[in-house]
Ligand binder design. Sequence first.
Ligand code: NDP
Length: 239
Amino acid sequence: MNETASPRSVLVTGGSRGIGRTIVERFLADGHRVTCASTSGEAPAGALGVACDVTDAAQVDAAFAAAEEAHGPVTVAVANAGITRDTLILRMSDDDWDAVVDVNLKGAFHVAKRATRSMLRAKGGRLVFIGSVVGLHGTPGQVNYAATKTGLIGMARALTREVGRKGITANVVAPGFIETEMTAVLPEERRAEYLAQIPAGRLGSTDDVAAAVAFLASDQARYISGAVVPVDGGLGMGH
Ligand code: NDP
């Protein structure tokens, strides 16, 4: 799928801001029909915005129904919605754990399950999960977040084995540190520490991530599944 391919119905969760927003804009620029499902329901111009809390399966189902009504069967789904509740483990409450697991992991499960239904009928599709370098690298203060991001890899790989023969691929894009609202709140000294570890010598841009997502959704990537594609300036050294 690219600018020259026929338009496809794409659904991106968490597309109102940050990385998700740029992913939505990239698919629009490539000529696709895009639905943006997030809690606020806000979306870039040209996309269909739907208010949807991914922790609720019924709301995810309704978002897909709206997308399919407007744009036809969803054949590209990007599970991007994600949150952090960082703190060291001894201070991490069950609420901190549950909130992050509910959005990042259960939300992705809801999206994958509903998307797979459409993709099986359409005899093909692309599932892309937005993971994180933190899932394989680990970061202190992110026990909850890291566990969800590693969990997405297991989800994509199990799905690859379940539906690989049906023309459906499932991959994880693992961004490093990207300039967004999520990273804007990092303390200056933490930011400097991260920069020192990134071989590329800069934080990533949301465009860097969107390019990898667009590739995995394209026809050229049809034989890639169960993969983790790092977009981290070398921070994770390929992991
Ligand atoms: P932002 O905080 O900028 O945006 C988060 C998005 O998720 C918003 O669109 C928000 O919707 C949506 N969202 C949050 N909770 C829910 C929910 N329950 N249901 C539906 N939508 C929800 O995040 P980023 O762009 O920084 O991150 C996007 C993804 O990339 C996340 O999965 C994150 O873990 C991952 N990532 C980010 C990195 C970074 O450096 N920023 C690095 C590695 C991975 P709304 O605005 O409507 O509330």
